[in-house]
Design a protein around this ligand. Structure first.
Ligand SMILES: [Zn+2]
Length: 498
């Protein structure tokens, strides 16, 4: 790929809070040198004029779902449990081309909005396949976006996982729901093993991981099977933990302890483990995660949209949890904008009380959305920072955009003022993926045609699942809040059902 030199930009150092004028010399996909304007470069180096640009490290989305992009905007007043009930309606009958297309839509949106890497938990019904993982992974690789691709798996459906839910249903509905079956756990584990063993893509760009979706949607044997795969192939583990109060209460019923305590007892926590959400973690849970060097992917936009609550990111940092930030999937967050996710992470901290010293700072938020997320992805030593030896994953913002007029404080404005509108160009591994606000090599009109056609076909194919959702909505929508109606501390410490 040769040398590239970016001249005359303001280079953001998040930790220092500065954005000094500097040149960046890139060798292939890696930053070689950062120096005062006018540093020497090899004569053959490609030169990029970064005058009037702020250059920040590419944002890293610590939690998303590629399948969600074809389902954006399909719901409104959904709790987490209603969105899980809607899953087969909004995600069902996906062919390999749909999985690829949905990943392309999300990757393009993320890159156009300054995000250069993501942790993607993808869903295939009734079980993952090597071909499905390859379709999604190759979508990222072809677009040049860095990604961790994890099949999101379970051996129990949502309806089987919530204590008493199916029993609360009218018989006709119970029969329909009981007919929905995931593949046996052993078959799913074998399919993932097959995909991991046959991985051909450059792991520096797109690598696999494993995502047992929600602990109590998985038997212990199945969780241990996933953890074994992660160990055998040296990849990450990612799970939705303590996302909703219903989930937290169901776990107390099933395990007699929290999801995190249960995962700890199973021995699956570690630096390779990422908790998605963690809204209902208690201080002991956070300490367990911190002690194991684990990460939390904080998704404040999704948590608000699904009414899950507000995660206490300050308490996590105090217990040495590695904090990353994510958008969550477009079916429950509706966009893939990491600037918005940062802004909401800041606001979600600040709205929790008047003790302003405990509020996240913009610096902490920006570090979480870069270095923290990168560590959760397993890329902690090479992306998320602009420094020699690190990958050239860079975003160039227009400083003559109103978001930056005037430039007062680069980190405050990155987190609180920027919304993606000032993104001019994006580079991943030294390669331009967005130039002059356009994704490179992408025909957006053609993408739209393909997506509209897929949308029409899927709407027809999933009509029965939509009707089933509509029949289930009043049952799930009243049973689940009822299950979690007492204050959490009563569920947790006071009146634990045995
Ligand atoms: Zn999720």
């Amino acid at each position: 790929m040769g040398f590239t030199i970016l001249r005359g930009g303001r280079v953001l150092d998040i930790a220092a809070g500065t954005a000094e004028l500097a040149d960046i010399l890139i060798d292939g996909d890696t930053i070689r040198e950062i120096g005062s304007p006018g540093i020497a470069a090899p004569v053959e180096a490609r030169e990029i004029d970064a005058d009037c640009r702020l250059i920040h490290p590419g944002l890293v989305n610590a939690h998303t779902h590629s399948h969600g992009n074809l389902a954006k905007g399909m719901g409104d007043r959904w709790t987490l449990e209603l969105s899980l009930t809607a899953s087969l309606w909004i995600n069902g009958n996906r062919q390999l081309d749909d999985l690829r297309l949905s990943a392309q839509i999300g990757a393009i949106e993320m890159m156009m909005k300054g995000c250069t890497a993501c942790y993607d938990l993808l869903f295939q019904w009734p079980m993952p396949t090597r071909e499905g993982m390859a379709a999604v992974a190759s979508a990222y690789a072809e677009l040049g976006m860095r990604a961790v691709v994890a099949p999101m798996v379970a051996d129990r459906t949502f309806f089987e996982a919530i204590p008493g839910l199916t029993e609360a249903m009218p018989v006709a509905l119970r029969d329909q729901v009981s007919a929905l079956r995931l593949a046996p756990g052993a078959a799913t584990i074998t399919a993932i093993r097959d995909a991991l063993a046959g991985w051909t893509l450059d792991r520096d760009l797109v690598r696999p991981a494993v995502a047992p979706t929600i602990p109590h949607h998985c038997s212990d044997e199945f969780i241990l099977g996933c953890a074994g795969l992660a160990q055998d192939f040296a990849v990450g583990l990612h799970s939705h933990v303590a996302e909703s109060k219903v989930q937290a209460v169901a776990s107390l019923r099933i395990y007699g302890k929290t999801q995190t305590a249960h995962l700890d007892a199973l021995g699956v926590l570690g630096p390779h483990f990422t908790v998605a959400h963690g809204v209902w973690l208690d201080p002991d849970d956070m300490a367990r995660l911190g002690d194991h060097g684990a990460s939390v992917a904080h998704n404040p936009g999704s948590n608000m949209r699904l009414g899950c609550g507000l995660a206490d990111a300050r308490a996590m940092l105090e217990r040495r949890v590695n904090l990353g930030i994510g958008t969550d999937g477009a079916s429950c967050a509706d966009n893939q904008n990491m600037y918005e996710a940062m802004r909401l992470a800041s606001f979600a901290s600040k709205v929790q009380g008047p003790e302003w010293q405990r509020w996240l700072t913009t610096r902490e938020v920006a570090l979480a959305a870069t270095e923290g997320s990168a560590r959760a992805l397993g890329f902690g030593d090479r992306i998320g920072r602009i420094a020699p030896g690190w990958k050239a994953d860079l975003v160039l913002l227009d400083l003559d955009h109103p978001n930056w007029i005037p430039l007062n404080d680069p980190v405050n404005q990155l987190v609180h003022s920027e919304d993606g509108a000032a993104v001019n160009s994006v580079m991943i591994g030294g390669r331009m993926v967005v130039e002059n606000r356009r994704p490179v090599g992408v025909d957006l009109a053609r993408l739209r045609e393909r997506a509209q056609a897929a949308r029409e076909r899927l709407a027809a194919a999933n009509a029965d699942s939509r009707r089933l959702y509509q029949a289930l909505e009043p049952v799930v929508g009243s049973y689940c809040p009822g299950l979690a109606r007492m204050p959490y501390h009563v569920h947790r410490y006071g009146a634990r059902p045995e």
